[in-house]
Ligand binder design. Structure first.
Ligand SMILES: *Cc1c(COP(=O)(O)O)cnc(C)c1O
Length: 383
């Protein structure tokens, strides 16, 4: 065991799934459309450098980030792809972005002036359009003026224009989503009429890509689909998406008998059983586990189902080992994944927790990761 994996709790990320999902996306959009993989939230908890490297190997054309540190980590990990940073960084960071060839997002004439003043030689930038999300971005009737200002600035170069419509996910307000895509098109036309060339034109996150093939334009920027987070309510282009998150595992760090508790007062939260054995794993709500133990929370130990006993602690969970008398310190406790002949899948774990699969990805963000390939069953230690 190396220092990097002394902590016996980890998530397993299947890079084979990332490769599969990207090949599936490529099949949907065809060879002529650039795929900028969105790696927000440290690649949705899966680790941006590892997922980014796999995306590069699998033919992605660029990566996009909501966090500049994540973008820098990918550049430092040797990724050579174009890297786009969503609006999340101050102009003072321009020299660092310039040195690492990271492309910021600009929305206003004021930003164009301020960023230009910080750039030493030349910087490629993206213009964002806001067609109704009311976040960053130039409103469609302002977009052409901002694009023109970028094009006229000797230190800036327009790499592309993108928008991020708030998507309907198949059940919210579909006309609203459509109006945002249309607003983006209005902005693109105005930019073209102003005589500015926008090399990349991108408006499709995962849900838009699935539901609106007409919005592929010449680039798309899906995130969640790449790590296999599914959108079951969205029908148009459904394919088989494989979850990259395939394991959430820990090891017993303590096992003790509770059959005779001596003079200790029984705790109100713990129903003692005859012959009870208690195990502990170093994983709790501070690491992403739910704050309440769900009623049917289970894990696998030596291929058998065991109950998790509440309340969860910040960095510890109790396991009822009464029915696994051979369990020992160091044994794997599988919250997600296979153990012996049984397995807990992502949909089962999400149902146990009463959350969406997406939220389980959020829960693994702070954990060590093991990367591997479920097709070849090869797993490494960390990155
Ligand atoms: C989050 C985000 C995406 C990706 O969204 P998914 O739903 O994860 O595909 C794309 N573009 C922008 C600007 C985003 O902020």
């Amino acid at each position: 065991m190396t220092a990097g994996n002394l902590r016996p709790t980890w998530a397993e990320i299947d890079l084979g799934a990332v490769a599969h999902n990207l090949a599936t996306l490529r099949g949907l959009v065809g060879p002529g459309v650039a795929i900028f993989v969105c790696l927000k939230g440290d690649a949705f908890g899966c680790g941006a450098p590892a997922v980014g490297r796999q995306a590069e190997r699998s033919g992605a054309d660029g990566l996009a980030f909501g966090n500049v540190d994540s973008a820098l980590a990918c550049r430092r990990a040797g990724i050579a792809l174009p890297l786009l940073v969503y609006p999340s960084v101050l102009p003072q960071a321009a020299p660092v972005l310039e040195a690492h060839d990271l492309m910021p997002t600009l929305s206003t004439l004021e930003e164009v002036a301020v960023w230009s003043g910080q750039v030493r030689r030349r910087m490629r930038v993206f213009l964002k359009v806001d067609a109704g999300g009311f976040r960053a971005g130039a409103l469609p009737h302002h977009a052409a003026a901002v694009a023109r200002a970028i094009a006229d600035d000797p230190r800036l170069e327009l790499a592309g224009v993108y928008g991020h419509p708030m998507a309907s996910y198949g059940f919210l307000d579909e006309p609203y989503t459509r109006s945002q895509i249309a607003g983006f098109q209005v902005a693109l036309s105005a930019i073209g009429e102003a005589g500015v060339r926008a090399p990349l034109r991108m408006v499709s996150s995962s849900a838009i890509l699935l539901e609106h093939p007409e919005a592929d334009l010449n680039a798309v920027d899906p995130g969640r689909l790449v790590v296999g987070i599914r959108f079951p309510a969205v029908a148009q282009r459904q394919r088989e998406w494989r979850p990259a998150l395939v394991g959430l595992k820990s090891r017993l760090v303590m096992v003790k008998p509770l059959d005779a508790v001596g003079g200790v007062q029984p705790a109100p939260f713990l129903a003692l059983r005859p012959g009870m054995r208690l195990g502990l794993i170093p994983f709790g709500w501070g690491d992403g586990y739910p704050h309440q133990i769900p009623p049917k929370a289970q894990a696998l130990v030596r291929g058998r189902r065991v109950a998790l006993l509440g309340p969860p602690h910040s960095e510890l969970l109790r396991v009822d080992l009464t029915d696994v008398p051979d369990a020992r310190v160091g044994d794997e406790v599988v919250l997600l994944g296979r153990s012996g002949g049984d397995a807990i899948g992502l949909s089962e774990l999400a149902a146990q927790w009463g959350v969406e699969e997406f939220d389980v990805y959020g829960a693994i963000r702070s954990l060590p990761k093991r990367y591997g390939n479920a097709d070849t069953n090869e797993w490494g230690d960390g990155e």
